[in-house]
Design a binder for this molecule. Structure first.
Ligand code: SER
Length: 575
């Protein structure tokens, strides 16, 4: 059975038993207590508390879903046989409709009759000082065993294993019964009968005006392992093809991480997340940067090929923004590649890497925690995620207060030597100014002739300085004309793109270069216009740039001066 057949089988099974089928909610949960959707029940929390009514919203008290989920808590485990960041959860839910008996019966029937799987053992809650042992669930399992002639064991575990929720600090929660197949926990059936309050008390949910209910969750990937008779999630039909196109220079765990992370990234992007330095944007950035790091020396089309495979596997069930995903991943790669090798160099210079050093590497070069940990080996033995995250939080609070942001090695998210930016806002500004310098060079050459050549530039969020070869001061008329040509180009709203090519080929395109610079054998040519042949401006350049010239706004020449013989300097701002 393929993954899509299993989804269908699950939904059909519950539809036939009085459940309304509800589609997956977005990964970006509307639930303020959690960043991302981590369980199927999240979109239904308010039905248990009766803030919403299932009957009026779904026409029934019971529903079933296949829910997109994302758990950052498992990120360190990815690479083994069973963990994913993104996964799908099959779930049936009831809000005051049925309770333990039906929930256990359904799970048993589906597992053994529909899936034809043999149950290894089941677990129930053993009870503790606040909540008693779940003898009701035990009794139901015993009846089933007798009736069906089953011999599986019923085990009892404590709060860690057999009590679920709430998601966030407060909310519905309760004891669980779990089904194990081949030693793996495969289905978690939660009996939502309590409500955890702000003061950490567990009250019967009815006392809070809520409804007893059922919340179940079964990881699709794990079920597939069993059903498809394979050894791990990466051998199931969801991952097999992706794994097969990854080159053998990658070790197995890296391949798994790449497949997991790119799938997670594509789903996050499809739900509107964009890379940034906070919250969901930061989760996405971590995934992307780890993928980029592993694939940095590989075929640049590899990631696009993986995205195409993901699209083929999922598009009939979910909206997959394939174009957007490719675009964003490419852009993130360009940004990160600028600083990646600088960051790794810096990392290699350090003798011991603690949370503070790791945070410096993150801040200045964008190296995410996982990469630092991995590349540092023993040097980072004492580095723990919690301490790093603490600094991360502190830093975020400081930036919120508007303190800090000094240039010169600290607070940077982009530092190419030519440009520096300390946060997203500054980054946006320097990108506009950077593209503005290319346009300025085009306009200067149009007015003053082709002897004008860039000698250097320096860009901060406030302004760009542009040095070029020219003998004399520009007249006022020339300045006005330069601004006019620049404006015309911006108003055409042309795309800004690049092509990577051999240095010798790049030279043939007539792209401008800094004469003082040594370029590597492969270079990027950034051009402004629809194609490299018809472009208004072509330059050897590492990027990054804005995507369209209209993003720049208006270029204003603020100042001109001489900086040595035959070299002039112009200062511009954008508004
Ligand atoms: N909420 C439970 C879980 O996530 C069951 O859906 O495991």
């Amino acid at each position: 059975m393929k993954s899509r057949e299993i989804r269908q089988c699950f939904l059909d099974f519950f539809r036939e038993r009085g459940h309304a089928i509800v589609s997956s909610s977005s990964l970006v949960s509307g639930d303020p207590s959690v960043l991302l959707t981590t369980a199927g029940m999240q979109q239904f929390k308010r039905y248990y508390t009766r803030e919403l009514s299932a009957e009026s919203d779904f026409g029934l008290l019971n529903v079933a879903t296949v829910q997109k989920c994302f758990r950052t808590s498992d990120i360190d485990e990815v690479g083994d046989e069973t963990h994913n960041t993104f996964f799908e959860m099959l779930g049936n839910f009831s809000f005051g409709g049925y309770f333990k008996r039906e929930a256990i019966e359904y799970a048993y029937q589906f597992m053994t009759k529909e899936m034809n799987l043999r149950i290894d053992y089941v677990t129930c809650f053993e009870g503790d000082e606040n909540i008693s042992k779940d003898t009701e669930a035990e009794g139901i399992w015993k009846e089933i065993k007798e009736r069906e002639g089953e011999s599986f064991e019923i085990r009892f575990y404590g709060r860690e294993d057999n009590f679920w929720g709430p998601t966030g600090k407060t909310g519905p929660c309760g004891p669980t019964t779990e089904i194990y197949v081949k030693g793996v926990e495969i289905w978690n059936v939660v009996f939502n009968e309590f409500y955890k309050t702000e003061s950490s008390e567990y009250l019967p949910i009815e006392d809070k005006g809520g409804l007893k209910g059922i919340d179940t969750g079964m990881g699709l990937e794990r079920l597939l392992i069993m059903k498809q008779g394979v050894n791990n999630i990466f051998e199931t039909d969801l991952f097999k093809e992706m794994m097969s196109i990854l080159p053998s220079v990658l070790i197995l765990s890296q391949k798994r991480i790449i497949c997991d992370h790119i799938r997670g990234a594509v789903f996050l992007i499809s739900d509107g997340v964009r890379p940034s330095n906070k919250e969901t944007g930061y989760v996405l950035r971590r995934l992307l940067r780890r993928i980029i790091f592993y694939t940095r020396d590989l075929d640049k089309n590899l990631l696009n090929s993986l995205i195409d495979i993901i699209y083929n596997i999922y598009h009939d069930f979910y909206e997959i923004e394939v174009g957007k995903a490719k675009e964003i991943i490419t852009l993130e790669r360009e940004k990160f590649e600028q600083t990646l090798s600088l960051g790794i160099n810096e990392l290699n210079k350090l003798e011991v890497i603690d949370a503070k050093k790791a945070f410096y590497l993150y801040e200045s070069f964008g190296l995410p925690f996982e990469i630092i940990k991995e590349v540092s080996g023993n040097k980072a033995d004492g580095l723990v995620l919690e301490e790093f995250e603490k600094l991360f939080e502190e830093h975020r609070d400081k930036s919120r207060l508007g303190v800090e942001k000094k240039f010169g090695g600290h607070g940077l998210i982009l530092d190419t030597g030519e440009m520096k930016a300390g946060n997203q806002e500054e980054l946006a500004k320097v990108l506009r100014l950077h593209t503005a310098t290319h346009i300025l060079q085009y306009a200067l050459r149009k007015v003053l002739g082709n002897t004008v050549n860039q000698m250097g530039s320096d860009i901060t969020p406030a302004r760009a300085r542009f040095d070029f070869s020219f003998e004399r001061k520009l007249t006022d008329e020339e300045i006005i004309l330069v601004e006019k040509y620049a404006k015309e180009l911006i108003e055409k709203n042309l795309p800004v793109k690049y092509e990577k090519m051999k240095k010798s080929e790049a030279e043939k395109t007539g792209a401008l270069r800094l004469f003082s610079n040594k370029y590597p054998e492969e270079v990027k040519v950034y051009y402004i216009g629809d194609s490299i042949e018809t472009a208004y401006s072509k330059e050897f350049c590492g990027g990054p740039h804005v995507e369209q010239t209209s993003e720049i706004g208006k270029i204003i020449i603020k100042k001109q001066e001489a900086v040595g013989s035959g070299v002039r300097r112009i200062k511009i701002v954008v508004e």
